[in-house]
Design a binder for this molecule. Structure first.
Ligand code: ZN
Length: 199
């Protein structure tokens, strides 16, 4: 069934797809956007178009970037000998905000979830292994979420990397179990990184 909702209806519909935005909030936002100076909407539209067209995975670590290499990978002050493995670019920015990590990252693109058909081939394990095999990496920190699936993902990565002899560590416990890194505040994450232990 296709129903012509009109341009405002379509805007409301798109806004409803955003996390935490129900139909009422979507309608409020739509009317807010339409109530002021229309020219003020255009920077938002441009920003959305730009991320849609230009943001892609970093060719080294799979973080999001609008260049070949992301900001972390292209920063010579970041230590290439330590790689922090995270599930998503969002987790990466959460750890960045904690502020005490000076190494580089590797973004897996999710976590293993066999029941949801999320197998190892859908994550960036092979490029991670290649980075470690290329040499120069001393430590890999597994910063997957403190959930059963996150633990399974970390275990898979640890087994994959074990033959390379690289030192493998895991964030210290203390993050709320069964949650995502999003829940942790900056200080908790900084402590979990500082207190990391051998896997
Ligand atoms: Zn990168």
């Amino acid at each position: 069934m296709t129903e012509d909702k009109g341009v405002i209806g379509r805007l409301v519909e798109e806004l409803t797809k955003l996390p935490g935005i129900g139909p009422k909030s979507a309608e409020r936002i739509a009317h807010f956007l339409l109530s002021g100076d229309r020219r003020n909407i255009l920077p938002l539209a441009d920003a959305l178009r730009n991320v849609a067209e230009h943001v892609r995975p970093c060719k080294e670590c799979f973080n999001l970037t609008d260049s070949e290499l992301c900001e972390v990978c292209s920063d010579p002050r970041r230590d290439p000998a330590t790689i922090c493995v995270v599930e998503t670019p969002r987790d990466l920015s959460i750890i960045e905000r904690a502020g005490n990590f000076r190494g580089r990252y590797h973004v897996l693109g999710g976590r293993l979830a066999p029941l949801d058909d999320m197998g190892p081939d859908r994550l960036t394990f092979t490029p991670l292994l290649r980075r470690v095999q290329a040499g120069g990496v001393k430590e890999v920190i597994l910063a997957t979420s403190p959930t059963m699936e996150g633990d399974g993902t970390a275990l898979f990565a640890a087994n994959l990397l074990a033959p390379t002899g690289v030192s493998i560590t895991r964030l210290a416990r203390g993050l709320p179990s069964g949650s995502s890194l999003e829940i942790a505040n900056a200080q908790m994450l900084a402590d979990a990184l500082d207190g990391r232990r051998a896997f």
